[in-house]
Design a protein around this ligand. Structure first.
Ligand code: GLU
Length: 452
């Protein structure tokens, strides 16, 4: 058995012994859930799926649908319009609270019921049936399989959902809901009655963890900025009135639902989901909270935790490099006589702020005071984010101003992005060193041993 499954099984066995909590009963059909059902599932960025316990048991998604439908509405409306219609402040109140902004009637956030109903209404569609179809289709894309409804739970909620209808009518009278309140809540009840397993929810969560691409099917379900904003809302508002304490203790974007589902997202690592129906006083799954609290500690997942840099950024520094080019004796001798040195600094991995700062410090230390050549070997660099790219460019431009010959060795796709950046961009370290040598030789040919 692989080590991830083993650790999920161990956690499942231990947390499974926990009792306490109440199965939700305000939707009558939910009261029939088996309080002993308990499943855990995790999907990695590579799309690998790990499971323990009853991770294939079907239950209704309920409020765990909210972040995904929010992501859909946000994709439709764009960030400004979305925020104008539904707020982003934790309400600190129960999920079914009447938390509307005085004056505008705008609901506090899309994770409480009022905001969720308003969000459902914002999903673009010609009519309510088309809206439900689009929501089911997108939830399915997040899950990577065709989902369906639990008709009994839907009927049970439709028969008992007057409080949610009342919220919708209040929003309509306050001007924050345009559609027919009865029909919108019906669409919302349908959305809540979608059937999932913990294994499905883990894939859905992992799709947010990758920044919007389903790691199992490869489909881009939402844009990266939509995934980021959705996670931010989950982090501040995802756990009902226990959201603050959750961020404190567990430190991950999460969302729970009254049927006992719970998802958490570790951005760039994995999506995890739990199913266990008994809920605590805040409405969150008792075993789900306990299991995730432990996982977060054990794997140091808390978002505010200082990131660990496992690999060194700077791989090597060469003081006086020469290329492998075969040169005629005269030119080789000219290079030997040239007092200028070509310094190489090699780097690897992802260049974010901290890594780039380390690299630029190494460059500063290695570059000679008098003009020479600098080769930045970035062929083993995998990612350069926008801010660090600007830091790199500024340093290279500065070195050129000081009279250094600057060359950068990079792989695709960076090579194609060389335009507008200072320095010569080449494919290998050897090519970059040879380019500096040729610049030295050209200087010698035209001006004699320039600067020497
Ligand atoms: N359908 C449920 C309701 O609106 C969802 C609530 C929840 O999961 O928090 O009451």
């Amino acid at each position: 058995m692989d080590s991830v499954t083993e650790s999920l099984r161990e956690l499942h066995a231990r947390i499974g012994a926990l009792s306490g909590g109440e199965v939700a009963s305000y939707i009558p059909k939910l009261a029939q859930a088996d309080p002993d059902d308990f499943g855990i599932a995790l999907t990695s960025m590579a799309g690998r799926r790990y499971q323990a316990g009853k991770s294939d048991t079907l239950f209704t998604i309920q409020s765990v649908s909210k972040p995904f439908v929010y992501a859909l509405a946000l994709s439709d409306l764009g960030p400004e319009e979305m925020l104008r219609r539904v707020g982003a402040e934790p309400s600190g109140e129960a999920f079914n609270a009447i938390s509307l902004e005085p004056g505008t009637g705008r609901p506090a956030n899309p994770m409480v019921n009022a905001g969720a109903v308003a969000t459902t209404a914002l999903v673009k569609a010609a009519d309510p049936a088309a809206r439900s179809a689009r929501i089911l289709d997108r939830l399915s894309a997040f899950a990577g399989r065709r989902l369906d409804y639990d008709e009994e739970v839907y009927a049970s909620e439709a028969a008992s959902g007057d409080r949610n209808r009342a919220l919708a009518y209040l929003m309509r009278s306050a001007g924050s809901l345009e559609d027919d309140p009865y029909s919108v809540t019906d669409t919302y009840f349908r959305q809540c009655s979608v059937r999932v397993t913990a294994a499905d929810l883990a894939v859905m969560a992992a799709t947010l963890a990758t920044g919007g691409r389903n790691p199992v099917t490869g489909e881009r379900v939402v844009a990266q900025d939509v995934a980021v904003r959705t996670l931010a809302i989950m982090a501040t508002c995802g756990m009902y009135d226990g959201a603050g304490q959750w961020l404190l203790n567990v430190g991950l974007p999460a969302k729970s639902g009254v049927a006992g589902g719970l998802i958490a997202v570790s951005p760039g690592r994995f999506g995890v989901a739990l199913y266990s129906p008994p809920l605590d006083a805040e409405g969150n799954s008792v075993r789900g909270v306990a299991a995730l609290t432990e996982m977060s500690e054990r794997f140091a997942l808390h978002l505010m935790q200082v990131p660990v840099h496992l690999t060194a950024t700077v791989t090597d520094t060469v003081d006086a490099a020469r290329s492998s080019r075969a040169r005629d004796p005269e030119r080789a001798a000219a290079l030997d006589r040239d007092p200028r040195r070509i310094v190489v600094v090699g780097a690897q991995g992802d260049l974010e702020f901290t890594e780039t700062e380390q690299l630029l410090n190494a460059v500063e230390e290695a570059v000679p005071a008098e003009p020479g050549g600098l080769v930045l070997d970035l062929t083993a660099v995998t990612v350069i984010t926008a801010g660090p790219a600007t830091m790199l460019s500024a340093t290279l431009a500065d070195l050129e101003r000081q009279g250094h010959r600057v060359a950068v060795a990079v792989q695709e796709p960076f090579l194609a992005q060389a335009d507008g950046h200072p320095g010569a961009w080449l494919r290998t370290r050897d090519d970059a060193v040879a380019w500096c040598e040729e610049q030295f030789l050209a200087d010698t040919d035209t001006d004699g041993p320039a600067d020497a």
